[in-house]
Design a protein. Sequence first.
Length: 95
Amino acid sequence: MLEEHPNLYADLSAGSALRALMTDRDLARRFILRFEARLLFGRDYYGNELISFLKSLQLPNQTWKKIGRINAERLLSGTTPDGKTPMIVLAKTGK
């Protein structure tokens, strides 16, 4: 889906994300590096399993920065991962 939709973001907070990533460590690392500009780190529950797993992948510092902060800032500012195209924000109008 991320390949087909360049404005799609994914968060890693759900336990299902961790379970999917843990099925194949090499694939998980390649996936994270490939889509690092559109992944968001979050936590839905207590525990350090996600952080521990991500640390075990030995991701570059820049990838951590993107997943942990930069991508969220960009998403909230309304720009796409390429930094050029404004995103269309859908809002509930109450009508």
